[in-house]
Each structure stands twice: as structure tokens, then as C-alpha cells.
Design a protein around this ligand. Sequence first.
Ligand code: G6P
Length: 369
Amino acid sequence: EAASKEGFDHFMLKEIYQQPEAIRNTIERRLDETGRIQLNEINFTKAEINAIDKVYIVACGTAYHAGLVGKQVLKNALQVEVIADIGSEFRYSDPFIDQNTLVIIVSQSGETADTLASLREAKSKGARILSITNVVGSSIARESDHLLYTWAGPEIAVASTKAYTTQLVAFYLLGLYLGRLKETIADNTYQARLNELKSIAKSVEHVIENSIEPAKAIAEKIIDCNSLFYLGRGLDYYSALEASLKLKELSYIHAEAFAAGELKHGTIALIEAGTPVIVIATQSKTYDKTISNIKSVKARGAYVIGITTSDHKDIEQVCDKAIYIDNKQDIYMPIISVILPQLIAYYTSIFKGNDVDKPRNLAKSVTVE
Ligand code: G6P
């Protein structure tokens, strides 16, 4: 086991560090000789993609959080309605599905019971099934009409890291590819987005290196807190959901994510003097609104840590601590902004003496309903 950790103390840390390589593998295998995206596994004709009038994305846990980002990516790319749902809810929710519905299933293991049951339910109603999975030949892979593998390599730690970031990449590739096929994305937009996507792995590398010390300092700070909040708006809210799940599952600290604008409708009552609030604020459209939300928790005594890009230095005026991450197009920020929270969760768990690779009560793959 020590050998397979390749010098890292834990699988989780190794897998965090493997993210740039995993992202590169997921992208580079899909580029043709001219550098454009070629998804041979997805065989939609232009007429078929034009006929799709609704997309469902179904997954559980971390894969669902990737699905939430995917919803935004595909909505922009395909200009159709996209709904994201969790497996255990979707299958009992009588979803409106027909042959013009595309159902995208996201699962690292390809074996999660609720996700697999959702796939079967959707298939029986005539939907086309496209799956994003990491395990070749898994049940979900075998039962799907179209497949997009994440080439993350085996993920051993229970808490998902490289599977999540490569699932995001799979959505980015899919959006660009199908958007170009459908011609809902202009060629110059496609080129600009693809060029930026190709540079993401380098930024992730950079963000990992720069996050180690801040993550340790934040872990020290939050280790004894009873409750912590992650806030964000839009794509940052989805990153906040993933960030709080990581912290909960590894540190056993009660951590919740809220859409920053919704906090005032109840949850702000929980903010007390010193309550840690970590705010992810990378989206230009909602940045100013998020600053107002920070001010209102700060006024109630919260200890606020802001995660934003370096062009937003003004965040220092309203936060107790500011962390700057690489600046990419807004749509790609979820892949950059999740790194520091992954490391915060990792170090908080280590400092508490928890079993970081095998947290209590959790399984890597949940094959019962
Ligand atoms: C379990 C794991 C999570 C994972 C979820 C979905 O709860 O602990 O890390 O996100 O299952 O797993 P899947 O293999 O379908 O992505």
C-alpha cells in the first residue's frame, strides 16, 4: 500500500496532486490532429442533437455537484432546458421523459445503485442515455447509449477529488463539442473556450502548490468550530456545495453550503461571533452582490474567509482573510476554486487524527439503495 501512495502520506493527497495529469488525460485523448475536440464515443448526428429538447443530469454525491456545474455548461452550450437531480429523488419523481430527452448519468464508479436505477428508469421511458464514468466496463458504462470516460485513473480515497475535476472537464468537452455540432456556439467562442480549457491543468497545478499553506492555516483555525458555512452564488454555489461535503465527510464538522443571496431568508440566524464563513466569489456577474452578502455576515460577527481571483483585491476590505486563485473564464472557475476546499478538508481531517482515506460511516461506492 505504501508503494502505491508513491511517497504521499495518503491516497487523497496523492489524488489531489494527480489532478493536473488526470485533467490533461481527459482532454488530450479527445483532441484530433488539428487540436479540435473529437468525441468518437458520442455518435450524435446534427439532426439528433437538434431534436433533443430537454436534458436531465442524474448523479449522487460529488458526481451530482459536477452535474450541477454541467447543467450550466450545457444550458449555455445547447440552449435547451437542463435539469440536474439526485439519483434517489429522480427515480421516484415521475420525470417527463421521451425520446427527445437526453439523460446524462454521472458516476465515478459506474455502480451506484440509485444512479443505475435512474438510468434504467429513464431508458424504459425512451430517453437516450449518455454516461460520464471513470470505470471502464462498469454497469453504468455497459447500459448506456453514449459514453464519456473520465481518464482520472483509479480513485482509492473515499472522498472524491480527481474524479470530480475530470467530470467537470467531461462536461466542458461535451458542451463545446455538442454546441459546435448544433451550431449554438460560434466558432470563435469555441476556439477561445477550448484554448482556455487546454490551459486549465497548468492552473490547477499552480493552485495546488499555492493552497497548501493557506489550507493548513485555515484547518488550524476551524478545527474546533461546531459549525461552518460555505457561501457562493451561481457556479460558486455549486462549488460551495462540493466544498462543504468534502469538509463534512472528512472532518466531521457540521458544514453547510448556501446560495449567498438566500442566507437572509433564515440561515443567517445561525451566524454568531466567530462562526467561520468561507465565501467563494469568482463569478463576475454576481461578485458585487456577494460582497454585500459578506458584509451582512460580517456585521453579525462571522469570521470570513474569501476565495476569489487576483483582480478582486477589494475583497480584503470586507473579509478577515483573502485567498487569491488563478483567474480563468467564469465557466471554468469551479475547477480552480474547489482545490483549496479539498485541501482544507484534507488537513482538517489529518489535524483531528481522523482516517482521511476511509472516513467513518462512508463507502467509496454505494451499491445499495
Ligand atoms: C459515495 C462516495 C462519494 C460519491 C458517491 C457517488 O457516497 O462516498 O464520494 O460521490 O458515492 O459515487 P459515484 O461512484 O456514483 O460517483
